[in-house]
Ligand binder design. Structure first.
Ligand SMILES: C[S@@+](CC[C@H](N)C(=O)[O-])C[C@H]1O[C@@H](n2cnc3c(N)ncnc32)[C@H](O)[C@@H]1O
Length: 200
């Protein structure tokens, strides 16, 4: 990370205000879309998408018929973008809050990770795993993508390896899937893990 930078809400709001959003894929990514597609008929599960940005996953699941999709995001601009694209998305499900401060009641059934973990200061990684476990019901799922690579530029994004990540999640989760994604978008091919973890 560059010296003097704090990755707070003002930092992220400025990134959106200046269109420095290279992470934004403009749509739900294929690994998550394929995962969502095999879930079957939509149900009332409570799904949290933290650090959601413009929240294409929320848009996708909302249109698929899931009524309980929640988005947590510190920056206002991407939430407004979501509401413009999806005017009937429930405003009360847009949580403009710090992920680490979210309450665990009622618990969530699923948390979706997409380019949020890599945006956090790496010192927060143990706390990320702990907070995901805190927010999920027993048996709940953490699903998503984690970079399994290093970056030459100062982060964010911050890279890492599956061995490093395993240690954060092992205390709280059973590993259902933790392998290199086979259907990543081009620039991320071979460089990210698809993870599906069940809370113990
Ligand atoms: C790299 S962006 C990824 C956004 C989105 N997931 C995507 O893939 O397009 C990281 C996002 O996390 C948000 N964020 C950073 N720290 C956060 C926190 N503590 N709680 C909630 N959101 C946070 C930022 O505002 C930013 O939108």
């Amino acid at each position: 990370m560059q010296p003097g930078i704090t990755l707070d809400a003002a930092y992220w709001q400025q990134r959106y205000a200046t269109s420095q959003t290279a992470w934004d894929t403009g749509a739900v990514t294929p690994p998550l879309q394929d995962y969502f597609a095999q879930l079957g008929a939509p149900d009332a599960r409570r799904v949290l998408i933290p650090g959601a940005g413009r929240a294409y996953e929320a848009e996708y699941l909302h249109h698929a018929g899931y009524p309980n999709i929640f988005v947590a995001e510190v920056a206002a601009a991407p939430l407004q973008d979501l509401l413009q694209r999806v005017p009937d998305f429930p405003p009360s499900h847009l949580l403009q809050q710090d992920f680490f401060q979210l309450p665990a009641t009622p618990p969530y059934d699923m948390i979706v990770e997409q380019t949020f973990f890599c945006a956090l200061d790496p010192s927060l990684r143990p706390a990320y795993a702990r907070q995901c476990a805190h927010l999920l019901r027993p048996g709940g799922t953490l699903v998503g993508l984690l970079f399994d690579t290093t970056f030459s530029q100062p982060g964010p994004p911050f890279g890492g390896s599956r061995e490093e990540y395993r240690a954060y999640f092992e205390p709280y989760f059973k590993f259902v899937h933790f392998e290199t994604a086979t259907n990543s978008i081009g620039p991320r091919q071979g460089r990210e893990l698809f993870i599906c973890l069940r809370k113990k």
